[in-house]
Design a protein around this ligand. Sequence first.
Ligand SMILES: NC(=O)c1ccc[n+]([C@@H]2O[C@H](COP(=O)([O-])OP(=O)(O)OC[C@H]3O[C@@H](n4cnc5c(N)ncnc54)[C@H](OP(=O)(O)O)[C@@H]3O)[C@@H](O)[C@H]2O)c1
Length: 344
Amino acid sequence: MKDTRVADASGTPSRQSRRVFVLGATGTIGQATVRALVRRGHDVVCLVRPRAGVGGSLAPDDSRRLLTGAEVRCGDVSDPVSLARDGFRGERFDALVSCLASRSGAPKDAWAIDHLANCHALAAASNAGVSHVVLLSAICVQKPRLAFQHAKLAFEQALIESGLNYSIVRPTAFFKSLSGQVERVRRGKPFLVFGDGTLTACKPISNDDLADYLAGCLDDAGRWNRVLPIGGPGDAITPLQQGERLFSLLGRPPRFRHVRPQLLDAIIGVLSALGRLSPLLEQKAELARIGRYYATESMLVLDAATGRYSAAATPSTGSETLFDYYAQLVSGATTAERGDHAVF
Ligand SMILES: NC(=O)c1ccc[n+]([C@@H]2O[C@H](COP(=O)([O-])OP(=O)(O)OC[C@H]3O[C@@H](n4cnc5c(N)ncnc54)[C@H](OP(=O)(O)O)[C@@H]3O)[C@@H](O)[C@H]2O)c1
């Protein structure tokens, strides 16, 4: 490990520069995490696909431009040979940060990426001398119902049992997942909510606040060998409150369309039955199950004693709020990123 002391944002010379290998660098949180690691003075190497990004829109030079300050290498994270040859290249690293995640959430893809590719990376990282692994997971794995959640949990367990230092970060909802309706509401359509709009709540976390938290795991020994649920600043927010704020920012009276979650049960039933005949329809059934899950489960810490979600038990970090982000979207100061996980 290099023993270079570097200054943090406040100028405090308290951090050690480390050689960090990053996976999933071209994703939403991966990009922000690379920025945070570079800002903290770490030496960052990313392994990316030759065609990366949503729909494979990024050629290698696009990924390099996106990940300024980091070294970008191209290879296949799902192939142990490529991981070693094109990624780690026989060099030594101090830490692995994985923001890798299946883009579809489909069961086969989730097990191949969230579990198996991460397992290959763990083995390769261990061979490269890595002593600390920071994993981007998800708060929803605390109540696993979906294939991707089981795949993530299986890798979390493999990491815990690896003997390496670990920080498993389980964030609440991202801004992009809560912004899918901004455009439809702007176009005059109602805001869709399940039930009365208060079935669920979450403490949204911004890309940069989460990225800073992930990067900070390398420096903060209080985050080592722990599973870390984390949300953004402020109170928990319901879908009803999201809609109300959006209409208020647009200067329009609130207009909601209420959807019964049972409607999704009917869709899941039909698609599951048809899915026995067609893998494509089974994939759609799983997407409907994912939609059903988020329609009815909060992205907050589940209190084991009461079996209820608890905003008070969900730690907060950062300073950026969803409502400030909505204001930026409405004013045109920024544009919404939909990615591939959008539910609406
Ligand atoms: N959305 C939410 O509200 C939310 C909340 C909590 C937790 N989470 C969790 O956060 C995680 C990351 O989210 P995100 O939005 O940053 O993900 P994302 O934007 O979809 O990025 C996924 C990353 O994984 C890479 N990847 C996917 N499949 C790959 C493959 N076959 N080979 C190589 N690389 C592959 C992607 O590379 P390419 O660019 O090459 O595709 C990309 O870099 C997920 O595990 C999600 O469950 C999400």
